[in-house]
Ligand binder design. Structure first.
Ligand SMILES: Cc1cc2nc3c(=O)[nH]c(=O)nc-3n(C[C@H](O)[C@H](O)[C@H](O)COP(=O)(O)O)c2cc1C
Length: 350
């Protein structure tokens, strides 16, 4: 992978992937307003850099749930990686490990929990959870992930029903029986498609009661992904969530939501030190990362660019995406006059 520009990376992935696989990853709900605004909202923010600081040694490391990681970057949970590369999530996990960043494995993964765990190195892995209507299935998944060494469970709560993606509906996924959500036996990947045909179909919506149950039941800390309001964030924290992932699911389900960059400040202020706050959606630059941290995120998650890296270069492609972002972050920190991430404070954003 020689290009490091994510727009060009997406263009090359579009050429390489089957139209259905590309549309599945690239698309957003309805008019894709949120998909585009996620990127634009970071771009709208302006930095107020500090001068005359000693930036000869830049340290990008940070701790997440007590684990020190190389950079405030994580692989966002995205499903069905064997649509993008024959090695699937195994390659993604290996690439993340090589870059020293955590990998958040999706419930809808196409390799086993244990196979992804085998790729873990120093950086932790977390497991993204969708609830099953059958509590025993959910318990089985959580226990398996914990036994395999996943350090946290991330409950996704922003998809009580599927959104509708016209783009994905125009280019349906072709049947590929060997690409299945293997950790959910009996559920072929096609049953979890994304597009008009599936819009409105009920998944397994989580409620606050489910969250309270999960916090009690899970052997590892629970975080909540898909929060866009401070009141929701606070209630999750009161129920025992250790982290809040500010996210609109990359604009894939409800269109016309607030952009994640715009939702972050209120949530970070409300949560304060009660839990760790993370954000994803449209983060494409080192400057975006500094903006996110200045507005209160501890680390950011990267969705589609990781998928393009996977499609183009397998594990190496994923690693390159994160090393590239870390390089941009290092340069941005130096230019902003900050040598370590604790110096990235709110006043850096105008
Ligand atoms: C192909 C694809 C599949 C996804 N699958 C899931 C999923 O299974 N669970 C989940 O919580 N989020 C899922 N997401 C959302 C991502 O975790 C993340 O919120 C979003 O991609 C971040 O925005 P970005 O792609 O602009 O970086 C998916 C996103 C994409 C692009």
């Amino acid at each position: 992978m020689d290009s490091r520009d994510f727009d060009e990376l997406e263009g090359r992935a579009r050429e390489k992937l089957a139209p259905g696989a590309f549309a599945f990853a690239a698309g957003g709900a309805d008019d894709e307003i949120t998909l585009e605004d996620n990127i634009a909202a970071w771009q709208r923010l302006r930095l107020r850099p500090r001068m005359l600081r000693d930036v000869t040694a830049i340290d990008t490391s940070v701790s997440v749930l007590g684990a020190r990681i190389a950079a405030p970057l994580m692989v966002a949970p995205t499903g069905r990686h064997r649509l993008f590369h024959p090695e699937g999530e195994r390659a993604t996990a290996r690439g993340a490990a090589a870059a020293g960043v955590p990998y958040v494995m999706a419930t809808a993964s196409t390799v086993t929990i244990e196979d992804a765990a085998a790729e873990r190195r120093a950086a932790p892995q977390w497991f993204q959870l969708y609830l099953s209507p059958d509590r025993a299935v959910t318990e089985g998944l959580v226990d398996r992930a914990a036994a395999a060494g996943f350090a946290a469970v991330v409950l996704t709560v922003d998809q009580p029903v599927y959104g509708a993606s016209p783009r994905a509906a125009r280019a349906p996924l072709s049947a590929a029986p060997h690409i299945r959500a293997v950790n959910l036996p009996g559920q072929p990947v096609a049953a979890h498609g994304y597009g008009a045909a599936h819009s409105g179909s009920v998944t397994h919506p989580a409620t606050f009661d489910d969250l309270a149950w999960l916090v009690r039941r899970s052997p590892v800390p629970v975080l909540v992904k898909g929060i866009l309001r401070a009141d929701d964030a606070l209630r999750c924290v009161e129920l025992g969530a250790r982290g809040i992932l500010v996210s609109n699911h990359g604009g894939r389900h409800l269109d016309a939501t607030v952009a994640s960059a715009d939702a972050l400040p209120d949530i970070a202020t409300a949560v304060g030190a009660k839990a760790e706050v993370f954000v994803d959606g449209g983060i494409r630059r080192g400057t975006d990362i500094v903006k996110a941290l200045a507005l209160g995120a501890r680390a950011v998650l990267i969705g589609r660019p990781a998928v393009w890296g996977l499609a183009l270069g397998g594990a190496d492609g994923v690693r390159d995406v994160f090393e590239h972002l870390r390089g941009e972050l290092t340069r941005t920190m130096a230019l902003c006059g900050v040598a370590k991430l604790t110096e990235v404070t709110r006043d850096l954003v105008a």
